[in-house]
Ligand binder design. Structure first.
Ligand SMILES: *[C@@H]1O[C@H](CO)[C@@H](O)[C@H](O)[C@H]1NC(C)=O
Ligand SMILES: *[C@@H]1O[C@H](CO)[C@@H](O)[C@H](O)[C@H]1NC(C)=O
Ligand SMILES: *[C@@H]1O[C@H](CO)[C@@H](O)[C@H](O)[C@H]1NC(C)=O
Length: 244
């Protein structure tokens, strides 16, 4: 009984007052000319803690991040599902720039990562750039030396006298310097055809990224977005930016 009351009080206070910024994230003064510098430093110091996961914020361990399934594409004539997905590399993410426009209510975050490595089981059928493809088995996609840009509009919502960020329109852009694909057991294990397709994918990764773009971008972007969102939307704005 007491436990229930205690839980109810805790939940109530979370809903009305939100969470505090965890001790490993330092807040930055958003109106200061040094804001971007402060945010970059704060992100670099917080990342080793964030990648371990944080139950309070609903963040799972991130390096590696295990996802049961991702639907990458069911458009443009290609049907591609990934299951058993293991993503490694998030520990090496680095916030490298950003901006907060208080008047237009826009936030832009730019980060870089030397390597994000996805291991998975895939199942695919359809066409890639008018090339008939099919297969299922193990696969790997490497996203090498990429810039990840995540911009979003925000609004403020008043909850119990405290202001919280609420995300509006979002945009995520992935700009790798290279991508490599290795899909095993393509075309029912036909090695010649399989090698050809992998070679084709590796040589034409830019076109593939455009074609699979929405899927891969959503997959990787969705993860980054949910992490950023968990901290920014659950904490009162004046704890994130003391001078908001
Ligand atoms: C992908 O998953 C969907 C939903 O589970 C399924 O309908 C579709 O057949 C799958 N595609 C492939 C190529 O396995
Ligand atoms: C993943 O693919 C491998 C190789 O085809 C297979 O042996 C394994 O059972 C698959 N795992 C799952 C969970 O589908
Ligand atoms: C991209 O990766 C391929 C291996 O798939 C390699 O041959 C090529 O040199 C790399 N290109 C760049 C710009 O690093």
């Amino acid at each position: 009984m007491e436990r229930k009351v205690f839980l109810a009080v805790c939940l109530f206070s979370v809903f009305t007052h939100g969470l505090h910024l965890p001790s490993y994230i330092k807040s930055c003064r958003v109106r200061s000319p040094d804001f971007v510098k402060c945010a970059i430093k704060s992100a670099a110091e917080a990342l080793p803690h964030i990648v371990k996961g944080d139950k309070t914020y609903g963040i799972p361990p991130l390096d590696p991040l295990i996802l049961p399934a991702i639907l990458v594409s069911n458009v443009g004539g290609l049907n591609l599902n990934l299951t058993n997905v293991k993503i490694s590399g998030f520990s090496n993410f680095k916030l490298i720039g950003g901006s907060v426009d208080l008047d237009k209510q826009k936030i832009l975050l730019t980060s870089s990562c030397p390597l994000v490595d996805l291991f998975f089981n895939y199942s695919m059928s359809g066409k890639i750039v008018s090339f008939p493809v099919e297969g299922n088995g193990k696969g790997e996609i490497k996203i090498e030396r990429a810039i990840y840009k995540y911009g979003f509009d925000f609004k403020l919502e008043d909850v119990g006298g405290k202001k919280f960020l609420r995300f509006g329109k979002e945009e995520f852009i992935l700009e790798p310097e290279n991508m490599t694909f290795n899909l095993e057991n393509l075309f029912n294990g036909d090695k010649t055809l399989g090698d050809q397709l992998n070679k084709f994918l590796n040589e034409n990764w830019k076109d593939i990224l455009v074609e699979l773009g929405p899927g891969i971008t959503e997959a990787v972007g969705g993860i980054l977005k949910s992490i950023v969102g968990k901290f920014l939307q659950k904490t009162p704005i004046n704890e994130i930016f003391p001078d908001f």
